[in-house]
Design a binder for this molecule. Structure first.
Ligand code: CP3
Length: 419
């Protein structure tokens, strides 16, 4: 174990290239539909910054803070991840966008021509009518989350919480006494893919056509996306997030050459902007994780774009990914349990958790996670049990097996229409 490994929360130790005594674990999409308490919260129909649906929930500070904290209290994970969406900064820059349940982001006027790009890139983050109140709402949500998770020298609040939720929070905070919050944003290519296609797409044909046919418009579009998302992440860090992740969900749709030449410089710009922000939680810059799916052939480029750690998806063998990233000279890695394993018998899942941790030992630091998001159908008790297994903590596993007492969170966040 390197010096300092156990004075920092395990997530920050691992992202700094140390090997903490407890392997850090969190789950992409840990906040969300797998949790009954989340479904109850969303049922209250919060509206933030005048918006409805998923974006309205993200922009209502009490709802966003509550959804962020729910999985920490329940699972005892090593990090919270802000309840938000990669499309939020686009909405706050004036893009007409909504998130359709069961489909994903829908853009009112897809960007197809150089004139569309010119019109779009004239806007800045926070410039929409809802922009200032939306940005303030995100800062307020981050501050409320940090007030419960704690920070160095400032133990978090626990008022009114029942025993089981308190136990989860205490397990998460561990002996170092606080839990980091991860901020995030979408990478320029993934944002541009939604802006050009106007909706989720399998092959991103229209986006790639624009990339090939009008490199100048493409560059302008990605540069704009990089600034918007970089500033969005920086805002979360300045408000209290102590790590961040750039999601390039669709980067795997590109050839390595196109990724390197047409996309990676813009991802680097987003990471550079985020990397300049100072977190009040740690007094320093926040380590940055760069994640995408189908990225086996571009892992080294993703690292080279200025990330501190690379997230590996479940289509890539973790041991292979680490050697591709440089073996002992690799950066810290995150991943990569197949989300499908969450529905497998424990006799299959438990050993898979152990194998993933074992593979991760070849890297200078490893954060256990899934290779993509938690499926909404996941039994939440399974997630708690994965945390306990990774932590090697039989007491916490007992808590997971005993289940959850059904606490939906503090009464009535986001309005008075709570059930
Ligand atoms: O990880 C977390 O717990 C934090 C929350 C988070 C959300 N979106 C909340 C959310 C994160 C990190 C995201 C990022 C995001 N959003 C990405 C990148 C990550 C990835 O999955 O590749 C993408 C591509 C989006 C766009 C988006 N938003 C999609 C495709 C969807 C799913 C639509 C659906 O109903 O199937 C969303 C909606 C969304 N974002 C939900 C959540 C919890 C579900 C909303 C709900 O119905 O409650």
């Amino acid at each position: 174990m390197r010096d300092g490994a156990d004075t920092l929360p395990p997530l920050l130790a691992a992202l700094g290239g140390a090997r903490p005594s407890r392997p850090p674990v969190w789950f992409m999409r840990q906040a969300g539909r797998s949790l009954p308490e989340y479904r109850a919260l969303r049922g209250r129909g919060a509206r933030g910054a005048g918006m409805t649906g998923m974006l309205g929930a993200c922009l209502d500070p009490a709802t966003a803070a509550e959804a962020t904290l729910q999985p920490v209290r329940r699972h005892g994970v090593d990090a919270a991840v802000l309840f938000s969406d990669i499309m939020v900064p686009l909405a706050l820059a004036g893009v007409g966008v909504r998130i359709e349940p069961g489909i994903g982001p829908i853009v009112d006027h897809p960007i197809r021509t150089p004139a569309d790009v010119a019109e779009l890139t004239a806007h800045a983050l926070g410039e929409a009518p809802a922009g200032p109140s939306g940005l303030a709402a995100i800062e307020e949500a981050v501050r409320a989350v940090v007030a419960e998770l704690g920070s160095p020298g400032a133990p978090g609040a626990t008022g009114g919480m029942p025993q089981r939720a308190l136990a989860g929070l205490a397990h998460s905070r561990g002996t170092w006494g606080w839990t980091p919050l991860i901020g995030f944003g979408g990478a320029p290519f993934t944002l541009a893919a939604y802006l050009v296609e106007g909706r989720p797409s399998r092959d991103h044909l229209a986006a790639r056509t624009l990339m090939h046919s009008d490199p100048a418009a493409w560059d302008a579009l990605l540069d704009w996306c990089a600034r918007i998302t970089g500033e969005f992440i920086a805002l979360q860090i300045r408000a209290g997030a102590s790590a961040a992740q750039l999601f390039d969900s669709w980067a795997g749709a590109l050839s390595p050459e196109d990724y390197r030449e047409r996309v990676a410089p813009h991802s680097a710009r987003a990471l550079e902007i985020a990397g300049r922000a100072v977190s009040p939680a740690t007094g320093g810059r926040a380590p940055l994780i760069h994640f995408g799916t189908g990225t086996a052939r571009i892992l080294a480029d993703m690292r080279a774009s200025g990330a501190d750690a690379v997230g590996v998806d479940d289509r890539t063998d973790l041991a292979w990914a680490i050697s591709e990233l440089g073996g002992e000279g690799a950066c810290p890695v995150q991943g990569n349990l197949d989300p499908a394993l969450l529905a497998a018998p424990w006799a299959v899942l438990g050993p898979a958790v152990d194998a993933c941790l074992e593979a991760g030992r070849a890297a200078p630091g490893h954060v256990l996670n899934l290779g993509h998001g938690v499926p909404p159908t996941t039994d939440p008790n399974v997630l708690t049990r994965v945390v306990a297994r990774a932590h090697g903590d039989g007491d916490w596993e007992g808590a997971a097996l005993a289940g959850w007492d059904g606490w939906p969170g503090p009464s009535a966040p986001g309005g008075s229409d709570a059930p």
